[in-house]
Write a protein that binds this ligand. Sequence first.
Ligand code: PAF
Length: 299
Amino acid sequence: MTTTVNILGSGAIGGLCAAGAQLSGTDYRLIPRAGSPALTHVELINGELLSLTPKQTEPDLCKSNHSDLLLIPLKVTQLKEALKSWRQQLSAHTPVVLLHNGMGGMELAEKYLPDNPVYLATTSHGALKIAPDTVRHTGKGETMLGLSPKHQANTPLNTSVAEILNRCIGPVTWREDIETALWQKLAVNCAINPLTALNNIPNGKLSDKSYLPTLEKVCKEVCKVAAACKVELDKHATLTLVLNVIARTAENFSSMHQDVINKRPTEIDGINGYIVRQAKKKGIDVPTNTLLFESIKSL
Ligand code: PAF
C-alpha cells in the first residue's frame, strides 16, 4: 500500500517536509490552515527553487488507507484547534507525528487523540518563510523521533513512520528517550529564541561574551525544572549544546525573532512559559526564564 504523508500547516518546517517528500518520490498532501495561503515553492539549501506538486485530492484518513500518516508541523499554540478539527476525520489507526518547538503537544494529543498511535519529533533544520508562498531551507540539521510516552500502549514501534519521516526531514534518529531530546531542544529554544527576538539579532550574535551569563542562567534553571520533572539534563552539556547550536546556526534568525518581526504570535507559552509553569508547580525559582517570558509577552 502506498503511503501518503498528509502535512498539516504550511509554515517553514511544513515546507521542508513537503520538499523532502517530493524529492524522495513520496506522495504527500500539503494542507494549509484555514485562511493561510498555499505554499508553492521551497528554496533548497543549494539555492535551487523547487516548485511543489502535492496531491490535490482530499485526504480520507477515516477508513481507506491506515498507513497514511498525519504529520503536524504546527506551532504548539495552533495544535489544539487542529487536533479538535481533525479528530473526527481520523481512524484510530492513523499514525500522527507532532513536530514543534516547545512543550505541550503530548498532553494535547493525549486529550484529543487518546487512541491513535502518536509520535513526537524535534528537528534542528533551519527554515524561513521568505514570502507567503515560499520557504527557504537555511540550515541542515537532524530530526529525533520517538513514541509519545502518553501513547505507549497504542503506539506500535512502527519503523515505517521513522522511514517516511526520514525522507521528509531526515536524517532521523530513533530515540527511546524522546522526552530527553525534547527537553534538550527546549533548553536550546529557551536560551536562543527570546534573546534573539528581544535584541533583534541573528543567532550567532549570542556568542558575544556579554550574553554568556544569561545563557548559563537559562540552562541552569531549565535543568533544575527538568530534574523535578524526572528528566536528567547535565547543566554543562546543556550549555555546550546551546553554544553549539548558536555556532551552527550563526547566520539564522530564530523562529521567535521572525515571529516578532512579522507581528505573528510567538511560541513563548510553550517554551519559557512552559518552564515558568512547571517551576511554579514544583516550587522552583526561575527568575531568568520568567524575565524572558514576561519581556516577550509585553512586546
Ligand atoms: O526556533 C528556532 O529558530 C530553532 O529551533 C533554533 C534551533 C533556535 C535555530 O534557530
